[in-house]
Design a protein around this ligand. Sequence first.
Ligand code: SAM
Length: 213
Amino acid sequence: MNVYFKDGNVATKNLNPGTSVYGEELIKEDEEYRIWNPRRSKLGAALLNGLENLKLDESSKVLYLGASTGTTVSHISDIAINGRIYAVEFSPTTAKKLVHLSRQRLNIAPILGDATKPKEYMNIAEKVDLIYCDVAQPTQTELFIKNMNLFANDDAMGILMIKARSIDVVQKPKKIFKEQEKKLKEKGFKIVEKVKLEPYEKDHIALLVEKNF
Ligand SMILES: C[S@@+](CC[C@H](N)C(=O)[O-])C[C@H]1O[C@@H](n2cnc3c(N)ncnc32)[C@H](O)[C@@H]1O
């Protein structure tokens, strides 16, 4: 997957040597690597906590929902060097940084859009190998399913980052996670792997799923 383990950290090979994206440490060896900060990126946390079935390689096409300023997107961009990341973000202020990042990293296609309305970016994005969802919204499982149904190619995977408090502040996280899993299973998804994000993120879980179309 082109993810490297260095002194207890995960890292990716810097596609844009000499440049740090969010203040992360750069390590120069034979090539330059960027330390993937698990406190800034849930995917970094999931990988450090042992996520092992994620299919992501240098030609992967990814639809990323909730791209923010591009912290995690930048590491995926280091991995999918010949692929493409369609990075959807609905806050125009936040998306400005993402647009700036995409000028330095040509495999990122920023989309100012609302992930609850995937049809609106159907003419920009294409079928992808991975759908990554981290919008931290109460309805994120539903919007994730909608996007999977429209953009997932035949053997695509999906990864859903669930923050219990974004869904319900009162209910127990365990119950919330179970409910989201149930919704996914009812819509024909198989849970491939579950990884908790503690100690980097409290009451968060990463769900890796696939769907047999
Ligand atoms: C938790 S942050 C994402 C952090 C980012 N995934 C990372 O690791 O670098 C959630 C982001 O989702 C965006 N967002 C929330 N609802 C959205 C929607 N319906 N469509 C697109 N983006 C959305 C927010 O503006 C915010 O930037």
